[in-house]
Design a protein around this ligand. Structure first.
Ligand code: PSU
Ligand code: MN
Length: 309
């Protein structure tokens, strides 16, 4: 595609052209979700995992005001190392591009950019949602809005209980977003395989997820699909244990008057400190687990498209 604001890495463009599976990846998780150097290592491992699964990875970010679909090694490292990179949600895209800045894209903006390039499968760790206390703060992530309107399947490990899990599921229902528990009935809460809430739908294999995506979009329904893939048992932190740490981190956020887009990065980094790195280990494990499922889904989806054509 030729456009001045969007640049697709040749490898990704070729794969899209050939109808081969491509998996989109976000960059906020690199710049604002994990510390250096684990962030860069993880970003590389995730790309490798996607390749092992037979798909082409496309990490999405904004470099010097150009929206990039697919990053080279060098740019990936810069996103992990450089301080002061913008956390870019959908509202921030035109600001950052018009000022020719660097921007790390969230789930919302990555979804939108992936869709501009025709990519339908996107792997992340956890999505943003309705924050606890949102009845006062109105802090509801634009990730939910985008899930309501952009045709991309997001593979996540559910939502962290730094958010209000129940209200997040309510809003997803309002927006018409299928929420698929992968291989289990319960909706997972990122670090933990459970959350106390049921996932509204359950599917047990990648082919069924791809079939649901195909069905939704071919009948003309708009919007995303949220796949909630539980963290592997070995790296799980029990829900109750995490709850205690999250309460402590939320108190700290409150005392330090952290608000808006700074809340999620602040809480993630505090949880890393409180758990002496254990939460980071879990975070890495679940992202890799999602990358492997995402590749499977992208493969199955491209097969469905081929069968249809
Ligand atoms: N959850 C994580 N790690 C992250 C994020 C969420 O465990 O890095 C990032 C994602 O990019 C997500 C964003 O889209 O935070 C949501 O931010 P906000 O709540 O400000 O919309
Ligand atoms: Mn917010």
């Amino acid at each position: 595609m030729k456009s001045s604001w969007l640049r697709i890495l040749p490898e990704v463009a070729d794969a899209m052209q050939a109808g081969d599976p491509v998996v989109a990846l976000e960059s906020t998780i690199i710049s604002h979700g994990m510390p250096f150097p684990q962030n860069v290592e993880t970003a590389r491992q995730v790309e490798t995992m996607v390749r092992k699964g037979g798909a082409v990875p496309a990490t999405i970010a904004i470099v010097d005001g150009i929206c990039r679909i697919g990053l080279d090694e060098d740019a990936l490292e810069q996103f992990g190392k450089t301080k002061g990179i913008w956390k870019v949600s959908v509202r921030d895209i035109p600001f950052v591009t018009s000022k020719k800045l660097w921007g790390a894209t969230t789930v919302a903006s990555t979804m939108w950019l992936a869709a501009q390039a025709g990519i339908r499968t996107f792997v992340t760790g956890g999505i943003g949602g309705v924050h606890r206390g949102a009845e006062h703060s109105m802090d509801v992530s634009a990730d939910l809005t985008e899930l309501g309107r952009t045709n991309v399947a997001v593979v996540s490990a559910g939502v962290k209980s730094i958010l209000d899990v129940g209200l997040t599921l309510e809003v997803l229902e309002t927006l018409g977003v299928p929420v698929v528990g992968y291989g289990q009935d319960e909706f997972p809460s990122f670090y933990s395989r459970n959350s106390g809430f049921l996932a509204p739908h359950r599917l047990n294999d990648a082919a069924s997820v791809a079939a649901l995506m195909m069905e939704k979009w071919s009948m003309g329904l708009h919007g995303g699909v949220l796949v909630a893939n539980p963290i592997p048992q070995a790296q799980e932190i029990p829900y109750e244990v995490m709850e205690t740490h999250i309460s402590a981190a939320l108190k700290l956020a409150d005392t330090n008057n952290i608000k808006g887009k700074d809340i999620t990065p602040f809480l993630l980094s505090k949880l890393g400190e409180i758990t002496s790195g254990l939460s980071l280990e879990s975070n890495i494990a679940l992202v890799l687990n999602n990358a492997s499922l995402g590749a499977e889904i992208a493969l199955a989806y491209s097969q469905h498209l081929r069968d249809r054509n």
